[in-house]
Ligand binder design. Structure first.
Ligand code: 5AD
Ligand code: SF4
Length: 410
């Protein structure tokens, strides 16, 4: 074997961690928090999957594209698992499992459960979004030499997360803390799998959130982003004494965090238009720390489709909010749009196009509708053809490119 260094030799006990993340900013933050837990246990990160001792695939179920990419990556690891198995070192190590431990975690784990074990024999761990903090212990358990046969672990029940996940200070982008304020969602937009896989809306307490911000500021962090599927849904009720209650809503929370010395740049994502308030715009306008950009997805410009999507607002309300926002804050807007939702006719699409033309977003993420199993929309006929979805997608993309160029460059 010559003089292969430590990084070339796989011994089955090593502490090299590789994490790949699919999907949204929330998933990026989950992976970062999880990496922090491993780093605190003496692991190091590797960008070379072949050299990893633990490989974690943090998955997203929001669109089929993200799911397919994760499945294909997980499938490709079959070779690595086999390859590693033949790299023996000493006799003693040959008797311990030397394949890397491979975990499929996050939304797809919850969504597909045991099915993943059936289809992918090389996967050792399936862990849903509620149990990420337990993964380092699960890895230790799988490695425990007392098991003669390599153990597989699955933990996918939906429950409240442990605060332990948020304790490590590791940050992928130095100086930037992304802080989860809530998990799950109870809005039940008809196309969306999030309430199914991430569970109902659950709030972290204002104290826990503020303490996490302060811990980060003490570590020198100046930039903070608050994360929630819909941050406007944040409304924490605490019982002060007896019958007296105290309510902290998102705007209150934002004001509290804005006051923290050391926070120099503050942003948040995402805001559902159905409960975005003028009060929020005023707080944004008055704070020099708050970034003047609002990611407020409109999804469709057609009232008929918005109703079918169960979004809880109309195009008129959206346009009014967008105008108020610009007037009060002078800021920019971002959005998500879905084309080809069931029953979306040309005239509905033209309304979406029209809304985009009027609002002139700084950035727009445009998606082709894909049915998500278990959602209400999956029960509607997916009747816009793939060709037509692609065409509508291309039309909006082209228009957005033009707007970005005309309004937001130079
Ligand atoms: N099909 C296409 N796009 C979807 N999104 C959510 N669910 C679906 C789906 N089934 C998009 C929405 C959302 C973003 C995160 O993903 O635009 O805002
Ligand atoms: Fe999904 Fe709607 Fe909740 Fe956003 S607000 S996560 S689109 S259900």
């Amino acid at each position: 074997m010559g003089s292969a260094g430590k990084s070339d030799t796989y011994d089955g006990k090593g502490k090299r961690l590789y994490i790949v993340t699919y999907g949204c900013q929330m998933n990026d933050r989950d992976s970062e928090a999880l990496a922090g837990l491993f780093l605190d246990r003496g692991y190091e990160m590797t960008e070379i999957v072949e050299s990893a001792d633990v490989i974690l695939i943090n998955t997203c179920s929001v669109r089929d594209h993200a799911e397919n990419r994760a499945i294909s990556f997980a499938g490709s690891l079959k070779e690595i698992a086999r390859h590693k198995d033949t790299r023996h070192t000493s006799h003693e190590e040959r008797t311990t499992p030397i394949k890397p431990i491979i975990g499929l975690i996050g939304c797809m784990a919850r969504n597909r459960g045991e099915d993943i074990f059936q289809k992918m024999p090389h996967i050792d761990l399936i862990v849903g979004p509620a149990h990420l903090d337990k993964i380092p212990d699960f890895v230790d358990e799988i490695r425990n030499p007392k098991h003669e046969i390599r153990k597989r672990i699955i933990q996918i029940e939906d429950e409240e997360r442990s605060e332990a996940l948020y304790h490590p200070l590791f940050r992928v982008e130095p100086g930037h803390a992304q802080i989860v304020i809530s998990t799950g969602c109870s809005n039940w937009c008809s196309y969306c799998v999030v309430p199914h896989v991430r569970g109902p809306l659950r709030l972290r307490t204002p104290q826990d959130i503020i303490e996490e911000v302060k811990r980060n500021v003490d570590a020198g962090i100046k930039k903070v982003t608050l994360l929630g599927q819909n941050v406007n849904d944040y409304e924490y009720t605490s019982h002060v004494t007896g019958h007296t209650t105290h309510v902290v809503n998102f705007v209150d929370l934002l004001k509290e965090i804005d006051k923290i010395d050391g926070v120099e740049e503050l942003s948040f994502i995402t805001n559902n238009p159905k409960n975005t308030s003028k009060e929020l715009f005023e707080v944004m306008a008055h704070s020099p720390k708050i970034v003047k950009h609002l990611h407020m997805p409109f999804q469709s410009g057609s009232n008929r489709i918005l109703e079918l999507m169960n979004r809880g607002y109309t195009r008129e309300k959206y346009l009014q909010l967008a105008e108020e926002y610009k007037k009060i804050t002078g800021g920019t807007l971002g959005t998500d749009v879905i084309v080809g939702f069931p029953n979306e006719a040309e005239k509905d699409f033209l309304q979406t196009e029209d809304l985009m033309r009027r609002v002139r977003f700084k950035c727009a993420f445009i998606f082709k509708y894909s049915p998500r199993p278990g959602t209400k929309a999956a029960g509607m006929p997916d009747d816009v053809t793939e060709v037509e979805k692609k065409r509508r997608h291309a039309v909006l993309l082209e228009m957005q490119k033009k707007i970005s160029k005309e309004n937001y460059t130079g």
